[in-house]
Design a protein around this ligand. Structure first.
Ligand SMILES: Cc1ncc(COP(=O)(O)O)c(C=O)c1O
Length: 384
């Protein structure tokens, strides 16, 4: 049987490292897993308490609204005003999604069809390239290292219908200034494409950088949408609470599609998320500080191993160029070597697409002691 669409998906290289990790663990090895970006920090206590309370009420066991309950959309609009200085109408400019990933994937269904060009700076978070491809688009991949200029060049050459950007960026950890986002919004208006900003790391930034929302740029309400999520900022990955915000007709289109596809997140989760957004306001700062300490532990430890890596200004990752001596191996073989010889699992850069093969990505999802232990093992390997 031919499985249309999935057969054309690129092989998931992360699975190769994951498989080795499982085998090593089966052999009793203590593998430190800095591969998958799966947050280990607990969700806010208030989220758990409210979920328990709401789950005990039968009225919340029914189908919920796929666009999200009114209170939740209001709560995220309040959060946007407080945090990013952006005013949104919760009725027309906010729809709820089952995490940013689901929102982005289905958004492509309403935006593109066969042959439309979608620009995705690459290396990229895999769904950024896969979602437009699944919807039939031609995916154009300027180098993510080229910044907004490389995007502008691709736009001029390809006349895309959509451009997908994300800052702070996974995996390269690049950040953008408000001026750069304004440049992209101006370009979107001039060239008539929709600018989609995945803002998954909205509040995970360090050293004084405060990531701007694209919706704060002048004119963004006519040409941009943004995906926001509680996954990283509030460390609520498994809860699947995300939003698509911005240009009203795009919000309405995604809401309509999703009304056919799902009944929304379990209502007690929506209620707990509402209360969390309103009452756990400092949580993103606390989460961010934990990642900062881990980032520092990792970069310091790698530097001691003779592996100099620029500390990122955002995200929960460190994007490390493979040391010269091992560069010819490529990122997959190097990642397998790190797992086998140092008991450290990382993500091979090739998994994020073209331009990624010279790097590996460390996710800051183990505590500082474990990260220090990992860097000591890396040091031994590099000194051999
Ligand atoms: C850029 C980016 N977008 C989206 C996601 C997933 O977010 P969510 O859990 O809200 O679907 C991730 C998770 O790693 C990510 O790195």
């Amino acid at each position: 049987m031919k499985f249309c669409r999935v057969e054309n998906l690129p092989p998931y290289v992360f699975a190769t490292v994951d498989q080795l990790k499982r085998e090593l663990r089966r052999d009793g090895r203590d593998v430190i897993d800095l591969g998958f970006g799966n947050p280990d920090i607990p969700s806010p206590a208030i989220a758990v308490t409210k979920l328990q309370e709401a789950a005990a009420k039968p009225a919340n066991h029914r189908y919920s609204a796929s666009k999200g309950i009114t209170q939740l959309r209001q709560a995220v609009a309040e959060h946007y005003l407080r945090t990013f200085g952006v005013t949104l109408d919760p009725e027309t400019q906010v729809t709820s999604t089952i995490g940013a990933k689901e929102g982005l994937a289905h958004l492509m269904w309403v935006l593109v069809e066969g042959g439309d060009a979608v620009v995705v700076p690459t290396p990229a978070y895999p769904i950024h390239r896969v979602a437009p491809a699944l919807a039939g688009a031609r995916v154009v991949t300027p180098p993510a290292t080229g910044g907004v200029e490389a995007i502008a060049e691709a736009v001029r050459a390809e006349q895309p219908k959509v451009v997908i950007v994300s800052f702070p960026h996974n995996p390269t950890t690049a950040v953008a200034s408000a001026e750069e986002l304004q440049f992209l919004v101006d370009l979107a208006r001039e060239r008539e494409f929709l600018l989609v900003h995945d803002f998954a790391y909205a509040e995970v930034a360090f050293d004084g950088h405060r990531p701007p929302s694209v919706l704060g740029a002048e004119g963004a309400d006519t040409c941009a949408v943004e995906l926001y999520s509680l996954t990283k900022s509030f460390s609520m990955a498994g809860w699947r609470v995300g939003f698509m915000l911005g240009r009203p007709d795009v919000v309405a289109a995604l809401t309509k599609l999703k009304s056919y596809l799902d009944y929304g997140t379990f209502q007690p989760i929506q209620i707990a998320a509402t209360v969390t957004l309103r009452e756990a306001r400092d949580y993103p700062t606390e989460v961010c500080e934990i990642y900062r300490l881990r980032r520092d532990a990792l970069c310091r430890g790698l530097a001691r191993a003779g592996w100099q890596v620029e500390p990122p200004r955002g995200t929960m990752f460190v994007w490390a160029p493979i040391p010269e001596r091992f560069r010819d191996l490529g990122s997959l073989e190097f990642a397998l070597l790190l797992a086998r010889e140092a008991n450290v699992a990382v993500s091979p850069g090739i998994g994020f697409g073209e331009g990624g093969d010279g790097h590996v990505r460390f996710a800051l999802v183990e505590n500082e002691q474990r990260i220090a232990q990992a860097t000591r093992a890396v040091k031994k390997l590099l000194e051999r």
